[in-house]
Every structure is written in structure tokens, then in C-alpha cells.
Ligand binder design. Structure first.
Ligand code: G3P
Length: 213
């Protein structure tokens, strides 16, 4: 299973890359706006910090506009994957971009049927947002399970990125579901390191060592 970092913050990406635990990065317009600055140069910097795919989202909502933006973003680095919203125009752009060898990540997936259509249109990745479903009282993990089960059954090549992850338990649950990738906010990644017994255990080892000395 791969772990991506869901951020546009360079320090967070640098730290996670130094830990050796991330395989790629996803961004979205909210995350990029939070950091400010020039979008293409930030993407180029992110691509230097990580080896894997870096998702960058288009802002146009019509097929033609999305394709034009996608081509500009894809020219930044071969690592760039174009994030396209789950709309009819979006899927038409995905199909056209696939013909040109540009990989897309269809975002804002909230139902199994949306996931199926995105895969049929040729998405390299799809991003079901489980946390936002949970917020509405729906079961986000169940959606990821359903998508994984059916994609596996039909040998679809589209990779499933479990997105909108809110806590470490989500990571376990989407791993058990068989998601290829989980994209995590930095705060969740930090929590994954922690266990009180690890801290207590280390403290005791060091204290015992001191006693011997
Ligand atoms: O980047 C897409 C997704 O992970 C956003 O998550 O926390 O804004 O629902 P969130």
C-alpha cells in the first residue's frame, strides 16, 4: 500500500520525505490557496521533494478549459497527475487526456457509480472522499470497500486513492479494504508514529541503562 501526503506545504512534504514514508503528494485548490504563491512553481518544488506522483487540480469546469489547463500543468513535470472533478465534462476531459498520455486523478468521488464511470473514462486514479461522507453520517469506509471489491473483480487498472482521511483508524480501515493508496494530512501521518507504550518502553530502557551505569 502506498501513502501520499495531502498537502501543498513544502516543509511538511520535506519532513515526510525525509522520514522515508511517502510515495507521492496530492493537492487541491483549498490546500494550495492556504499556502499562497505561484501554483506552477510550487508544483515544481513539490516534484523535487518527492519521487512519486503529484496531483494538481484544474480550475476550469468545461472540458476544453480543463484540457488546456491540464496540458500546462503536465508540462511542469512527468510526475504531475491531473486532478479532474467528477462531472460529465470532467470525464470527457479524462478520456481525451488519456489519449495524449496524460494521467488523471478523478476527484470528489462520493458514490460507487461515480467511481465506476471515472474508471471507464480511463482515470489512472480515483479519489473517494471518505471523511466528508462520514461527516454526513454516511459510511466512507464502506464506499472504499465497495469500490475495491468490484475493481479487483474486474481487474480494473485504475488505482484507488482513499482521500479525506481524518484519523489513523481510517488508514487501517482503507488498507484492510484494499485501497492502493491513502492520502493523508500531515497531522494524521504524525499521529501514526505514536503509541504510549513505545514512549514508556523507551523511557524505561533508558532509565534502566542509566541505573547500570
Ligand atoms: O485532497 C482531497 C481530500 O483529501 C480533502 O480532504 O479533509 O478536505 O475532506 P478534506
Amino acid at each position: 500500500m502506498k501513502l501520499f501526503l495531502d498537502t501543498a506545504n513544502l516543509q511538511e512534504i520535506q519532513q515526510a520525505a525525509a522520514w522515508g514514508v511517502i510515495d507521492g503528494v496530492t493537492t487541491n485548490p483549498t490546500l494550495v490557496a492556504k499556502e499562497g504563491g505561484d501554483f506552477p512553481s510550487r508544483l515544481a518544488q513539490i516534484c523535487e521533494l518527492v519521487k512519486g506522483p503529484v496531483s494538481a487540480e484544474v480550475l476550469a469546469t468545461d472540458t476544453k478549459g480543463m484540457i488546456a489547463e491540464a496540458k500546462e500543468l503536465a508540462a511542469i513535470s512527468p510526475q504531475i497527475v491531473i486532478k479532474i472533478p467528477m462531472t460529465a465534462d470532467g470525464l470527457q476531459a479524462v478520456a481525451a487526456l488519456k489519449e495524449e498520455g496524460i494521467r488523471c486523478n478523478v476527484t470528489l468521488i462520493f458514490s460507487f457509480n461515480q467511481a465506476l464511470l471515472a474508471a471507464k473514462a480511463g482515470a489512472a486514479y480515483i479519489s473517494p472522499f471518505l471523511g466528508r461522507l462520514d461527516d454526513l453520517g454516511h459510511d466512507g469506509v464502506q464506499l472504499v470497500q465497495d469500490i475495491c471489491h468490484v475493481f479487483q473483480h474486474y481487474n480494473f487498472t485504475t488505482k484507488i486513492i482513499a482521500a479525506s482521511i481524518r484519523h489513523p483508524l481510517h488508514v487501517l480501515q482503507v488498507a484492510q479494504a484494499g485501497a492502493h493508496i491513502a492520502t493523508l494530512p500531515f497531522s494524521v501521518l504524525e499521529k501514526m508514529f505514536k503509541h504510549p507504550l513505545t514512549d514508556q518502553g523507551l523511557e524505561r530502557f533508558l532509565a534502566d541503562w542509566q541505573k547500570m551505569k
